[in-house]
Each structure stands twice: as structure tokens, then as C-alpha cells.
Design a protein around this ligand. Sequence first.
Ligand SMILES: [Zn+2]
Length: 215
Amino acid sequence: MSITKQLQHYASKVVDTGLVVGAGGNLSMREGNLMYLSPSGFDLKEIEDHQWVRVDIETGEVLDDLKPSSEILMHLACFRKRPDITAVLHTHPSYSVGVSSSGKDIPPMFPDFPAMIKNVRYLDYIIPTNEILADAVGEVIKDTNVIVMRNHGVLTVGKTMKEAYFFMQLVEEAAKVFTISSTVGTPNILTDEQVDDLRNLSSEQYRSKLLKDSK
Ligand SMILES: [Zn+2]
């Protein structure tokens, strides 16, 4: 599947699953030394094949006429700091934003979350679209695939967009389960030992590998 077709596919999924509202959120993929980024002000579902904005990753030069997403600096920072990834996804999922904006972290409550995501990094609120946010993201993305920005949203990166999207779904599901459990009673959070055991499970490692290999 072409890079713009992949972007369109996941842009639609992001809207359909409620990870963004209106023209919120942005996503990009790397091909060679170019980044294809969603344009500014579009409903993600309505971006056509030729409307993904090409940006030179090294120089930051915008190669097309449409205005790129205002979070362009954040996407560039990810690709520059992580040569191993090809996809960056940024959304505003309600449970992740809700839980993290209370000052809490999103705890491990079911196996897939800690098994597939090694560490989640949290950033306190920084006004969107500026260089300070991009620098902060560039700093922490070096050792994580998932950044939760309190009072804003979530950014995930992946070897494929499929992987970045999966990480996004898992974080939001974890925040949702924690919220439901907190509403009903007292959440039972997996212990460090239980998390370690999960991460050592060969079947989980296999699934993690499987996901990375698939396109
Ligand atoms: Zn945002």
C-alpha cells in the first residue's frame, strides 16, 4: 500500500474510533528523507491522496503548497531523534487526557498494556504547536514509543503506522479501564512483579515481534 493510502487508512480509523474530534490530531510517515504530514485545518478523514504535505526531514523545508499541520515541529523532532521509526501519530483521546490531567499516570490493569508498551512518558502541559513542546517531545521520545501530554493528548511512534496506532489504542483502553474501575470501586493495579512476568512471557514477545514485522 502506498504511503498516502496507509496514512488515509489510519486517519479514517482515528476519526471513526473517536480518538480525535473535528480537525484535531495529526499523523505522518517517513519515506526516505521525506515526511508526509497531514495538512492543517482538515478533518483527518477528508484528506485526499495528493493533500498530504511533504516535508524534508533534515531541513524542515515544506515541499507542497498546502499548509502542514501546526504540530510539524513535533513530528520532525520524532523522526530526527528516532531513525528506527517510520510513523508518528498524535491524537486527543478523552480517557487518556482525562486520567493524565488529574495528575495521575495510566496504570497497568490488563496484560496487553504493560506487555506491549515498555514505558510511557508523561509531559506536563505545554502550549501546543510551539518549539518548546517539540523540544520536550524530542527529548523524551528517545526512550519511549508513547508520550502522554497532560491536558492535551497522546503521541505514539512506530516502526509502522499499524504499530503506532496499536500503541495509541492500548493506552486509551488502559485509561478507559482505569476510569471504569475507579468509578465502580478501587482499581486493582498489576504489581511490578506481575508486569515483569508478563514482559518475560515468550508468547507476548512473539506478538510484539509479529506486529513489528507486519506492514
Ligand atoms: Zn494536539
